[in-house]
Design a protein around this ligand. Sequence first.
Ligand SMILES: [Zn+2]
Length: 141
Amino acid sequence: MSCPRLHFYLPAYTQMLAHAAAMVPTEACGLLAGQGEHVSRVFPLPNVAPDPRLGFIGDRSATIAALRTIDRERLSWLATYHSHPPGEPAVPSPADRRGAAGHPGVLQVIVSLSTEDGPTVRAYSLAGGQFTEVDVLTISE
Ligand SMILES: [Zn+2]
C-alpha cells in the first residue's frame, strides 16, 4: 500500500525544512507521519552515520521512540526524509540507492537546499530497489 502522492500541512513542511537548514553541512533525517497522504507530524532523528555529511542513518532508539509515538497518536508512518547539502539535488544519491532497503508503503523524501529559489522537496516510492517520483504538495490548515 503506497501513497500516490504526499500532501504536507504547512507547519510540518516548515519544520522539516528548518531541520534540514539547521543541520547543514550535515544531512538531516527523520520520519514523517500523518493520515492517508497527509503529513502532519515531523520526527527529527539524530544522524548517526559515520560521516553525516555524506549520508544518513537515523538513530535507532530515537526511531523506535518516534514509531511508538506515531502508533500512540493513531497516525501512520508515511515517509522517511533526509536532506542533501547545498549543491546536491533532491535526487537519490548512489549511497541512497545502495541503502535502499525501504519499508513497504513508506515514501522517501529528499530535501535539497541547493536552489536559489529556495529548497526543493521531492518524494519517491521505492519498490524492488527502484525509486519512482511522486508528487509533493503543501496545504495550509
Ligand atoms: Zn540522499
